[in-house]
Design a binder for this molecule. Sequence first.
Ligand SMILES: [Ca+2]
Length: 91
Amino acid sequence: MKRLFYAAIAVLAMTLAVIITTPQQLMAQQPAPVVAGKQDRANYESSYPNVCIPLYPPDLDCGDIEPRRFTVNGDDPHGFDGDKDGVGCEG
Ligand SMILES: [Ca+2]
């Protein structure tokens, strides 16, 4: 009878551990969003509407960021679109 009691406690503890850790693991596996929500856009340069590029300054170069061939509008404060064709970091 004691063995059954300890087995039940062990199963209960394992079940609780799965319930407690599963949501954290799911959240950790989700990739970071490439495009921020509207309320988050204030922290990023508006010249690059499809990617999250930090505000200028500091000045960033293409080697400092991951995105390639993204839309560039307006004044392009980081200078990602050297040939002014509206596409940043083409190289
Ligand atoms: Ca360009």
